[in-house]
Design a binder for this molecule. Structure first.
Ligand code: GLN
Length: 454
């Protein structure tokens, strides 16, 4: 049924870069066989899922939305891919994304943008717009995204779906093509909080193949989502981050946020205001740290190892082939980030740029710690605006970057954060998201609040 639905609507939505109908049907049949043979299957066995094209999938193309990886077929599965398969989850295909996860609209995909199913003239968010659009268009009930600065939560917000960035290190990065290794985090996308929790528990957990994977029990997110469903938040302390409002926020988004806070109070939560002044510097710090790490990570696309190779006609040096390939294979935003990152890391500038950004990062972590000493979770709008129009921000990188104003602090500090649907804007009738943030390894706290709110 989901493959049929993809056939009907994906021409207009373009959530998928690759549909693996054969693989999906074979996986579904294996679950049928297990059930027929009386073998025990997990809670998500047989449930279809859309996988962001940033995860390696054995025998299935993986492009990261880039021409430089066109035609590359990975010889191995990412840990996330492997865990999904072991759980009997049916992977329908690979979803569209901004090239190497750099963007907030999927317009940076080398394969054309994804469209928001609520209004196909608008963006579905990014970089994981394909995964979020697949959920909103009912092409898949579950999806996986990655979030370096907001790429799970912001698409969730603008498509009216649930998107979760688990605690950094909670889900393995092995086989996840690296953008900014100290920020990248894979996580679940779904249409309900409980669905996200069930998927979270399938993909999370320690992995010896990822040196930053946390060796601790997975936070009990399914139990928390079930507990939250009773709608009782008495005893829960919620902090409203005062930095996330005012200029640049659409009135419709702020109205929805005020209504959300009122509802949390009604459910019994105690709400206080919390000030985190360094959060104002999160965006500039991120746009030094993320490009710095990207400039190093993307050096592996050297025309020798993967995919595209341009100008290799035995007259050119390896350096020339490398240069021609990178010139042709990377899009403008990726080139911009490589240049910013190379500059920020260069001798003489390192302390002023990269070094200062790392100090801001420490201040942000401390402000989170201080806030979480008095509240259980923090809340804010997920993103300052509803879905903008395709093309509206492509000429203005700063306007594009501002979509992640509220989401980036959690990446810099490594704590857990999610977006849950918060109704429709009274301005334009488009979906709005509520962001809920929790301390590292306390992911279950935000699931409880989200399930009660939902
Ligand atoms: N929009 C942000 C960026 O362009 C975040 C992307 C992400 O989380 N992968 O870097």
């Amino acid at each position: 049924a989901h493959l049929d639905r993809i056939g009907e609507v994906d021409g207009a939505v373009h959530a998928f870069l690759h549909v693996d109908a054969e693989g999906a049907l074979a996986a579904a049949r294996r679950v049928d066989d297990d059930v027929a043979a009386g073998r025990e299957v997990g809670p998500l066995a047989g449930v279809p899922l859309a996988l962001k094209d940033v995860f390696t999938t054995e025998g299935v193309p993986t492009t990261c939305g880039s021409k430089i990886l066109e035609g590359w077929v990975p010889p191995y599965d990412a840990t996330v891919t492997r865990r999904l398969k072991e759980a009997g989850v049916v992977i329908l295909g690979k979803t569209n994304m901004d090239e190497f996860a750099m963007g907030s609209s999927t317009e940076n995909s080398a394969y054309g943008p994804t469209r928001n199913p609520w209004d196909t003239d608008r963006i579905p968010g990014g970089s994981g717009g394909g995964s979020a659009a697949a959920l909103a268009a009912f092409e898949a009930p579950l999806a996986i995204g990655t979030d370096t600065g907001g790429s799970i939560r912001q698409p969730g917000s603008v498509t009216g779906t649930v998107g979760v960035k688990p605690t950094y290190g909670g889900v393995s990065r092995y086989g996840l093509v690296a953008f900014s290794s100290s920020l990248d985090q894979a996580g679940p996308c779904a249409r309900t909080v409980l669905d996200a929790a069930l998927l979270h528990e399938v993909v999370a957990g320690h992995d010896p193949l990822d040196s930053t994977s946390i060796d601790a029990p997975v936070p009990p997110v399914v139990a928390a989502a079930r507990q939250g469903a009773n709608g009782d938040l008495s005893g829960v302390r919620v902090g409203v981050v005062s930095q996330f409002s005012g200029e640049g926020y659409q009135p419709g988004v702020l109205h929805s946020f005020e209504a959300a806070v009122a509802q949390l109070k009604q459910l019994g939560a105690e709400v206080v205001e919390v000030s985190c002044p360094s959060f104002d510097y999160a965006l500039p710090a991120y746009y030094l740290i993320a490009p710095s790490e990207a400039s190093s990570n993307l050096a592996r696309f050297d025309a020798m190892r993967y995919g595209l190779r341009v100008g290799d006609d035995a007259t050119r040096s390896a350096e020339e082939v490398m240069s021609l390939t990178r010139e042709a294979g990377f899009g403008p935003e990726v080139k911009r980030r490589i240049m910013i990152g190379t500059y920020a890391l260069s001798s003489g500038y390192y302390d002023a740029y990269y070094g200062s950004a790392q100090k801001v990062r420490t201040l942000i972590s401390r402000e989170f710690d201080k806030a979480f000493a008095t509240v259980d979770v923090l809340v804010s709008p997920t993103t300052p605006t509803t879905a903008f129009r395709i093309g509206e921000r492509t000429g203005d990188p700063m306007a594009m970057y501002k979509a992640d104003l509220c989401t980036i602090p959690a990446n810099l500090a490594g704590n857990a954060a999610m977006s849950v649907p918060s109704g429709l804007s009274d301005e334009d009738g488009l979906p709005v998201g509520l962001q809920i943030m929790a301390p590292a390894l306390q992911d279950h706290r935000m699931y409880r609040v989200a399930a009660a709110y939902e």
